[in-house]
Design a protein around this ligand. Structure first.
Ligand SMILES: [Cu+2]
Length: 355
């Protein structure tokens, strides 16, 4: 009875509004502002070191992201494997690229053969948990939530299921780039590089499938510190390549879970560093800090050919724990910028006193 009365009141109100010609245009305008017609685009996702192409859009879109969590054994170092937990099958996880103002419809799947529930906290999200609670996902299930990319920048995403440190330590992190509306300046080559520290029961180099060591992780004593999920992920046949004269942009993240990276490229100077992945850049930088759960964008011109070495300049990590990558630059030598060795000879020893 009460219900019927309320319904009657609502209908009466609606009739009045229509009769007076008010309300409807306002409602239309509000609709128009709240939900502009957005093109729907399926996000291109890439495994490291590849980066999806620029969005090349002058207006926001609805971007659909489908990401699957996959737990699998992969190589950590020569003769060493590890049961990684991944976003999209790689460590770091798939690179996601959107534009400021985009509405991102995000679906997280958790593979049927997973053993754990997982979720995702994207630092690009303004909302509780960065999406973590909205994406609590059991094995064989999928969850969906939507967010608006309000702020441009290069953001880390990671799993936030308890124990959070363990999920991150197993490789559950990656990067999402939110381009500013005008996009980033054009460069010749873009790369995706992300550091992470790993904690195994065995010592560095102990062969076989290595279990995770919670004790070492809590003590912050990593067995491996690597770029892109394994020792040698960016060396030999996997080295990054460029030609002399090309402009390079690297999207560099640090998944941690514990260490801060002193990112440096031996033999190069960063022309620009978008500190902490934000909007402002510093110029002419040698080494830049990448916080755990943070990022940086570095840009430089490959002036001369050579092997340029990506390192964490906390240098024992590089030569004893794995943070070593190569950017191989081919092209014509330019002795006016770098001569190479010009001579080698003994020089006269000083005369000994008393003779
Ligand atoms: Cu997880």
């Amino acid at each position: 009875m009460i219900r019927a009365t309320q319904k009657g009141k609502v209908l009466l109100h609606y009739a009045l509004v229509c009769a007076l010609g008010i309300g409807a245009p306002t409602a239309l305008a509000a609709n128009h502002n709240d939900a502009p017609q957005l093109d729907t685009i399926q996000a291109v996702l890439t495994a490291p070191p590849l980066v999806p192409p620029p969005t090349n859009r002058n207006k926001p879109a609805k971007v659909v992201v489908d990401l699957e969590v996959i737990e699998k054994d992969m190589r950590l170092a020569d003769g060493v494997t590890y049961n990684f937990w991944t976003f999209g099958g790689s460590v770091p996880g798939s690179f996601i690229r959107v534009r400021q103002g985009d509405t991102v419809e995000f679906t997280l799947k958790n593979a049927h053969d997973s053993h754990m529930p997982h979720n995702i906290d994207l630092h690009a999200v303004s909302g509780q948990g960065g999406g973590a609670e909205a994406t609590f996902t059991l094995p064989g299930h999928k969850t969906k939530f939507t967010f608006k990319a309000l702020n441009p920048g290069l953001y880390v995403y990671h799993c936030a299921m308890p124990p959070v440190g363990m999920h991150i330590a197993n490789g559950m992190y990656g990067l999402i780039l939110v381009e500013p509306p005008e996009g980033l300046p054009k460069v010749d080559k873009e790369f995706y590089v992300m550091q992470g520290d790993f904690y195994t029961e065995g010592k560095h180099g102990d062969p076989g499938l290595q279990p995770f060591s919670l004790e070492k992780a809590i003590d912050e004593h990593p067995t491996y510190v690597v770029f892109n999920g394994s020792e040698g992920a960016l060396t030999g046949d996997n080295a990054l390549t460029a030609k002399a004269g090309e402009t390079i942009r690297m999207y560099v993240g640090n998944g941690g879970p514990n260490l801060v990276s002193s990112f440096h490229v031996i033999g190069e100077i960063f022309d620009k560093v978008y500190t902490e992945g934000g909007s402002k850049y510093q110029e002419n930088v040698q080494t830049t800090l990448v916080p755990a759960g943070g990022s940086v964008i570095v840009e430089f011109k490959a002036d001369v050919p050579g092997n340029f070495v990506l390192v964490d300049h906390s240098i024992f990590r590089t030569f004893h724990k794995g943070t070593l990558g190569i950017l191989k630059v081919d092209g014509e030598k330019n002795p006016s910028i770098y001569s190479g060795q010009q001579s080698e000879a003994e020089y006269a020893a000083p005369a000994k006193a008393g003779h």
